[in-house]
Design a protein around this ligand. Structure first.
Ligand SMILES: Nc1ncnc2c1ncn2[C@@H]1O[C@H](COP(=O)(O)OP(=O)(O)O)[C@@H](O)[C@H]1O
Ligand SMILES: [Mg+2]
Length: 263
């Protein structure tokens, strides 16, 4: 059974792409067959895996408008069981296309495309753009579950209520079984007072919603780690860039938590 996990937060710069790329890579290294679907027109997940955005002829835009099948755009990556459905800046044009569709069903376009390859993959990880627009709505509608990265900074929880409300509405109208896999504190720095305070607030108010590898362990927080910031410029997930870095260790434990939940 394939599990589709969307990484979402309408705020930019909170660690969505970093989480999507490194969770996908960590699951793939655990010998799961993983498809990373980039639906952000900024295509950061695509470039993070070493693809130059304009060197790929067809991308998720062509899938969403129906001129290509998803299987026709999927790229191999440097991890044998990790595959990428790339994005491109041209994807910004999709919103207009979506709104010209008849009202019913336009939220489910991505879901239908992913269904074509669901029997091939163990996990599909979707990286979504920093907005609650049609692409993110399509990503959440296609998903079994969602991970919400929360940056351990001032204004961390800003927008969270709106996102949770959108998820509630989607459950009511489009995707009744959408599960919140968890909130994921990102860029946590134990030396920084504010960062510690945000993490403490999350523990206090959302304890049940944080992700744990198992009940004996602390909730997973992704540390602020330079290797995570550097690895995209080498076109590699952090596991291939610095396997011993704290950033990699954290994403591997996130992957194990996800695997554990399904076992
Ligand atoms: N845990 C981390 N430690 C250090 N830098 C990080 C970490 N997570 C993300 N970054 C960096 O912060 C920036 C924003 O992260 P990104 O994953 O692109 O966010 P989003 O996709 O939500 O916009 C990027 O430059 C990224 O490399
Ligand atoms: Mg991003």
């Amino acid at each position: 059974m394939c599990e589709v996990i969307c990484i979402a937060n309408q705020k930019g710069g909170v660690g969505k792409t970093t989480t999507a790329v490194n969770l996908a890579a960590s699951l793939a290294v655990e010998e799961k067959k993983v498809l990373l679907v980039d639906v952000d027109p900024q295509a950061n997940a695509t470039t993070s895996l070493g693809f130059h955005r304009n060197s790929i002829e067809f991308n998720i835009y062509h899938v969403l408008i129906g001129t290509k099948k998803i299987s026709q755009i999927i790229q191999k990556t440097s991890i044998p069981t990790l595959y990428l459905a790339p994005s491109n800046i041209g994807l910004v044009g999709i919103e207009k296309e979506f709104y010209s569709q008849k009202r019913n069903g336009r939220e489910l376009i991505l879901k239908k495309k992913i269904e074509d390859v669901m029997d091939v993959y163990d996990y599909v990880i979707i990286d979504s753009p920093p907005a609650l627009g049609p692409l993110t709505i399509n990503a959440l509608s296609a998903a079994h579950s969602v991970i919400i990265p929360i940056q351990c900074e001032f204004f961390a929880l800003e927008g969270l209520a709106q996102l949770l409300n959108t998820i509630k509405l989607l459950r009511k109208e489009i995707n009744p079984t959408l599960e919140i896999k968890g909130l994921l504190p990102t860029m946590y720095s134990a030396q920084n007072n504010l960062s510690r305070q945000v993490y403490a607030d999350l523990l206090q108010h959302f304890n049940g919603q944080l992700i744990k590898e198992d009940d004996s362990k602390d909730a997973i927080a992704i540390p602020r780690n330079i290797k995570l910031a550097e690895s995209p410029s080498f076109g590699k997930p952090v596991i291939l860039y610095d396997v011993r870095s704290q950033g990699n260790i954290a994403y591997q434990s996130l992957a194990r938590a996800i695997l554990e939940k399904r076992a």
